[in-house]
Design a protein around this ligand. Structure first.
Ligand SMILES: [Zn+2]
Length: 107
């Protein structure tokens, strides 16, 4: 197991990531989870995809987001019948991040 210090304010295990990457499109405000196949936002100006279990590539229009998976799983497990839902940790991934590379221009 190789540990790296990721600029996303976290230690990331190369073999067992606990973060889920998503993309946010500043044009259409869509949010999409990344997959190995290229994922586009609704207006198609932002896209991204995983290149392995940890690293992803996005285009220059997309803003990457991260969900903390254990935090999300905990909140899902405590989903209430009504009232306030449980919060979980999500964050905007910084412009410089070891696990995100930016490719291409607006499409
Ligand atoms: Zn869009």
């Amino acid at each position: 197991m190789v540990w790296i210090i990721c600029d996303c304010n976290s230690y990331t295990s190369r073999s067992n990531s606990t973060k889920m990457k998503l993309l946010f499109c500043p044009d259409c405000k869509d949010v999409k989870r990344l997959h190995f196949n290229k994922t586009y936002c609704k207006c198609k100006k932002s896209w991204g995809r995983y290149i392995n279990e940890i690293d992803a590539v996005i285009n220059s229009n997309a803003i990457p987001l991260g969900f903390d998976n254990p935090s999300l799983a905990f909140a899902l497990g405590l989903r209430p019948m009504e009232g306030r839902g449980r919060t979980f940790d999500a964050f905007v991934i910084p412009k410089k991040c070891q696990t995100i590379s930016v490719e291409g221009e607006k499409e």
